[in-house]
Design a protein around this ligand. Structure first.
Ligand SMILES: Cc1cc2nc3c(=O)[nH]c(=O)nc-3n(C[C@H](O)[C@H](O)[C@H](O)COP(=O)(O)OP(=O)(O)OC[C@H]3O[C@@H](n4cnc5c(N)ncnc54)[C@H](O)[C@@H]3O)c2cc1C
Length: 600
């Protein structure tokens, strides 16, 4: 499946930090093809017809229910949409797979078995399995007859995953390994047929294995009593001298970190996208209730305080949705290019995810935090009823909380963003020095008096300025580090500030490009002024966040005249004019309330 309305001169991973994009570079939900709409509808129908009627039973972990639903998804082809046809998959393009994740977002607890099985369960085999391993495992996983789980975390090693204690020892004749250890928080453990297990060969070499769940020596802990996603199976898995054929090593001995981390890139991306779908559903729930509930003789939807929340939910969800489809398109183009270079489907998919690892981390963090905002304000809009387990707002609130924790906590993902940017800069893949130096030069020159002209001129300048603020701050911190005056590894607060600015830059630009692209189209769902309003309110607030994050970071390591110069630069680069946010938010809320659902 192809979409033709996009250019192929696309950014490399992380390059948005130094180079702007054009509307033609991005893919937007308004451009779904007929075929993509069909898959979208098929996924939505599955949720409506198969999942919705049994949600309460899923929450009680009724035996066989979740595996049965996975099988039904397999029958529809939805477990193999991202898998090559040679193993029974549909081999759909990246954007269509993004659409499936988006629609699947409101599946609540069932998001976890679906995402764990199709993502961290299957992808390691596609990416790193031998042909024999793929032939053996993928067809059954795609039909849903074989269910997968991913065993990385241990009681003593979560974020520090490579510090695992589980070990694997090769038998004297080299025919098999004996795996012993303990894994924790394993999704799907209760019904999985196959575990992807990470263990250290000889206690040292971190390695991936494919382990059949019925191998003697494997036992399961009890189901965890969790805050949310109660319908998903989460257990400890114990391995005691579990005999695994040497042929079941996944990838190379000692290279398990490549599997563990690469499988997570796409997992993070999809988690962000599923949060978009969830947030849209939650906004619908909030709008429905606000329209229905009367206080002081009128619907609570009439109150500005409620409209503010609805508008913010819409703006933030629109921002992360725009960033999601933009990233999806970047991966799509990269994948196509790698395929044309002769790479296999699996290799090309892996390289695309690796290239855009920074964007995947951004989406994981931003998607989960937008979702958190939406579920929280939805409970608030519901008042007391929001606090009752009889209504879905409470469940959505509880279910969303995990998204900030797994697939790498949001702290770890924030740290990874600049870790990867600096690594790419060191390898010469990302020219940070040139653009950072240009900003330094601009700081000491006269401000430009050039008049802004053209459509979205203020918005374009605001985003160009966000880039300058970030380059000024991160560039100055990196310079301090090079001069031996700062050790950024010990200064996480600064890295968190920079990560937050990076998220705002990516989200703001993704929104601008989408709004510009929409301005050229005749088939918009809403009047252009509503899209413009969302963009303007976002930029208004993001400008304030930029100011705060940059000030916090700069004042942490600069002082005296140097700090004064930075503060003057910051003032110069945060000039987006004040917006009548009250009026704009009211307009956005009006559209949401009238549609009584996600209106964009
Ligand atoms: C419901 C659920 C399902 C899960 N499913 C799976 C699964 O299927 N497979 C699997 O392998 N794992 C799974 N996990 C585990 C999950 O990935 C980990 O919980 C997560 O990676 C965090 O590890 P931890 O819980 O040990 O927290 P810790 O690593 O102990 O972190 C605790 C806190 O410290 C912070 N922190 C840690 N290190 C740093 C640092 N260097 N700098 C700054 N802050 C830091 C963290 O951000 C966090 O806020 C699941 C967890 C849950 C709760």
């Amino acid at each position: 499946m192809e979409n033709t309305a996009v250019s192929t001169d696309v950014l490399k991973g992380g390059e948005f930090l130094i180079r702007e994009s054009q509307p033609a570079d991005i893919f937007i939900p308004e451009e779904f093809t007929e075929e993509q709409k069909m898959i979208q509808q098929m996924t939505a129908d599955f949720i409506k017809n198969e999942l919705d009627p049994v949600r309460d039973r899923i929450e009680k972990q009724e035996a066989g229910l979740v595996p049965g639903l996975l099988k039904k998804m397999g029958d529809l082809g939805l477990l193999g949409a991202h898998m090559p046809t040679e193993y029974g998959g549909m081999e759909l393009d990246t954007n269509t797979n993004t659409i499936i994740a988006d629609v699947a977002g409101p599946m609540g607890s069932f998001c976890v078995p679906f995402a764990a099985h199709t993502g961290i369960g299957m992808l390691p085999i596609l990416y790193f399995g031998t042909e024999a391993q793929r032939q053996k495992y993928l067809p059954g996983m795609i039909t849903g007859d074989v269910k997968a789980a991913y065993c990385l975390t241990e009681p003593g090693s979560g974020s520090d995953a490579l510090n695992a204690k589980t070990r694997a020892d090769l038998s004297a004749d080299g025919s098999h390994y004996l795996i012993s250890g303990q894994k924790m928080w394993i999704s799907n453990a209760g019904f999985a047929d196959v575990f992807i297990v990470f263990a250290k060969v000889g206690g040292e070499k971190f390695t991936g294995f494919i382990v059949d769940a019925n191998t003697p020596g494997i036992t399961l802990g009890a189901e965890e009593d969790k805050l949310g996603i109660k319908g998903s199976s989460t257990r400890q898995v114990f391995f005691e001298n579990v005999q695994v054929p040497a042929d079941n090593v996944l990838g190379q001995v000692g290279k398990g970190h490549l599997i563990a981390f690469n499988a997570l890139n796409i997992g993070r991306f999809k988690l962000g996208v599923m949060c978009v779908g969830g947030s849209k559903k939650v906004l619908e729930m909030a709008a429905n209730y606000a329209n229905e509930r009367h206080q002081f003789g009128q619907p609570i939807a009439n109150f500005g305080a409620i409209q503010y929340k609805l508008a913010e939910m819409a703006i933030r969800t629109f921002a992360v949705e725009s960033a999601s489809y933009r990233t999806s398109q970047l991966m799509q183009v990269k994948k196509d290019a790698e395929t044309q270079n002769g790479k296999s489907f699996g290799e090309a998919t892996l390289e695309a995810a690796e290239e855009y690892a920074i964007e995947c981390s951004i989406l994981k963090v931003y998607g989960s935090e937008v979702s958190h905002y939406c579920v929280d304000e939805n409970v608030q809009i519901h008042g007391g009823i929001g606090f009752s387990e009889e209504f879905p707002a409470a469940r959505a609130y509880r279910d969303s909380r995990i998204n900030r924790i797994y697939e790498g906590t949001n702290e770890i993902n924030r740290l990874l963003m600049f870790d990867q940017i600096f690594k790419r800069a060191m390898k010469g893949e990302l020219d940070l020095v040139g653009p950072a130096w240009a900003v330094q030069k601009e700081l000491t020159s006269m401000p430009s008096m050039e008049k802004l002209e053209g459509e979205y001129a203020e918005e374009k300048r605001a985003i160009a300025d966000f880039r300058k603020v970030l380059l000024m701050t991160a560039g100055a911190a990196a310079k301090m580090q090079m001069d031996g005056k700062l050790n950024l590894k010990e200064e996480q607060e600064i890295l968190m500030n920079c990560a937050d600015m990076l998220i705002d830059l990516f989200a703001a630009e993704s929104m601008l490009l989408r709004v510009q692209k929409l301005a050229e189209r005749n088939d918009k769902a809403q009047a252009q002024e509503v899209y413009d309003a969302m963009l303007q309110v976002f930029l208004h607030d993001a400008t304030a966040r930029m100011q705060k994050n940059a000030t916090d970071a700069l004042a942490s390591f600069a002082e005296g005249d140097l700090l004064k110069t930075f503060m003057m630069g910051l003032k110069r680069f945060t000039k987006y004019p004040p917006v009548n946010v009250r009026e704009k938010r009211r307009l956005i809320a009006e559209v949401v309330l009238k549609a009584n659902t996600w209106p964009f």
